[in-house]
Design a protein around this ligand. Sequence first.
Ligand SMILES: [Zn+2]
Length: 416
Amino acid sequence: MSDQGTTLTEAQLSAVEAELAQDGVWVADQLRDQVSPAQEQQIEDAVASSSAPAYVTLARLDHDDPLTSGSPADLARIIHLDTGRDGHYLGVPSYGDLRVEVTSFPDQSADWYASALAEEEHPGDLTAQVLTTLDLLGDPAAAREQYNQTHPEPGGPPDPTDPIGTGTGGAPTPWLLGGGLLVLTVVAAVVFDRRRRRRRTPVASAVEGRSLVLPVTVLGTVRAAEDRRREDEALAAVLGLGEAIDAAELRANRDEVRRAWQAALDHYDVASRILHRDHTPADAVGALVLARRGHEAMAAALARKGWTPARPCYFNALHPAAARRVSWSESGSKSGSEAGSGSESGRAEVSVEVPACPACADAVRAGREPADILDFLAHGVPRHYFTLDLGAWSESGYGALDTDLLARLLAFRGHD
Ligand SMILES: [Zn+2]
């Protein structure tokens, strides 16, 4: 058998779901040497005559499969979420000997006994295991009884409702065999979040529909190259965050850790949506800021810590985090409405306290304008971003004045 597992794109998943709707069985090409068309027909017949709905997905999923991470239980949950069809989902673990694993909706923890007995009766024979499992699932209590009679253990049989094996008197639970350590309850939540991440409606397409302040036609060559570089950087950061989220196995479930994880997902959502719609160079910088924050939130969650967003440098959110506050008055914004559609910020002549990175803080305190203030072209003229109407970006200083950047984005969306 090939070591190469099966991976599923969303389109392939839809095809699998369609096939399951038709006859209840999907066999991946990779397992065709184990399940012939005639055997598949046998399984389809058994599914058709089983007392409860059953869906059989026969594939060795790859550990790197972004949808399932190689888990047949994850695949079952995803299909169940998509289709809403209750029943027994039979799959194949990605590791160890060929065997059947059952995930049921509603959950029936006794199902484990059916597949365990089937494996003992027909080691290495996947079709026979599926048929036996389907048969035993018709009477789970009898399967449990049969298993207990053939496995008298001092500590009792493994408790399938105790996936991390804390209460089984030392007997390894089936989930631990083969090294596939999964904390199932948390994985369920993560899988759901992965799907939600992909499918939910926009939380904040905050900048969608806002007038474009920056006329692209006057972008100079240097400026265009700089914008492209930031755009590329933002795309890479967002892609990297998405991949990291997919690869992550969250093992803690304290509230603050869950909130950090949720923050990572939300930041990914918003950053991704910004980049996948028409957007300005200012939006690309915002997406990059969001992606970096998302990475930080995820790192905190994986370290089982809570997460509080760091306050960025007001002068350029891509600078190192703010170290101290300085007093700043922006004179540039007094020069009228050159910025086009936007109303001026009104901060023009007022000195404000703003957080600044060490270099910018040093400059301001020395009476100089910080080098490398984030600016964008407005009618061909570079302008400091905080003098332009860039919605939540300029209002919050990309999170420097209000670290709850997502809330600000949502608020602006509400005003559109
Ligand atoms: Zn700075």
